[in-house]
Design a protein around this ligand. Sequence first.
Ligand code: NAP
Length: 281
Amino acid sequence: MVPRFDVTSGGRRGNLQAGKIRGMTPAEDGNLAEDGILQPGAVALVTGASAGIGAATARALAARGVRVICASRNKARLDDLVTELGAGAQAIELDVADPASVESLIERLPEDLRALDILVANAGHDLGGRRPFDEGAVADWVTIIETNVIGMIRTCHAVVPGMVARGRGHVVTLGSIAGLGTYKGGTIYNASKYAVHGFTEALRKDYGASDLRVTEILPGLTRTEFAAARHRGDSTKGTAFYDSFAEVLDPADIARAIVYALEQPARVTVAQMVVVPSHEN
Ligand code: NAP
């Protein structure tokens, strides 16, 4: 039997290569269990799927036969992604900072995609650059909190009741190492990710006695459009920011962590996963 470890999605230089695990089948290693939520045909909603970690996650899930609903504000980019992913994928316009957009989300989905198995609440951003608190703009802070905190909570509130009613589901939130420790110039973004951390921990406790799983993924520096968005779309500044570090992660590295959490047997909850660049610790 062929081992189901995926070394094609970014781990080519990693220590665990197919040759080293020869003969280990999914049943033997207890992974990819038949009672796990990540099965072909499962339905997943990924917010912030038009770029970065969300797009990589949509690709990773679609590659496993999951029907992925790709959501964000930029419908044209989502349409391109869905074309790439092929049958089963669906694009939907969603602004997590707009209550009406989130409240109508489930009813705007095709009927056969409304029973969500998986939510990856990934949409998020920083705005205005890293700067001392007194130099920041209130309007920027409002959109950070509206998106990263209230938008994420709103999205969960639109999806979780259905999961509770069906007795099954898996919510993955995107925290950050910025939610475990602070840095200069990060007051509001740090606050937003500390909020994601607290919310996710408490959410897991609310459903600990049920088959609703809750996972927080906490990435370190990952090369996406995030740094450019922080500078209002200035990709030169975004690239220069990532280039100033010895090593940054690839969005596929985080997608792999998300898939790992989702593919566990029903008895296993990956509560948190901190994923950082090897040479930037
Ligand atoms: P990215 O490449 O800039 O992607 C952000 C995504 O969020 C885009 O698809 C964007 O799509 C979407 N988005 C932003 N505001 C939205 C809104 N109001 N409604 C719906 N979608 C919205 O950034 P990324 O690095 O992949 O970030 C994804 C998540 O990872 C964020 O929560 C971020 O905080 C977290 N994270 C990133 C890093 C990192 O180093 N990159 C590290 C730790 C955590 P539209 O513009 O089309 O709406």
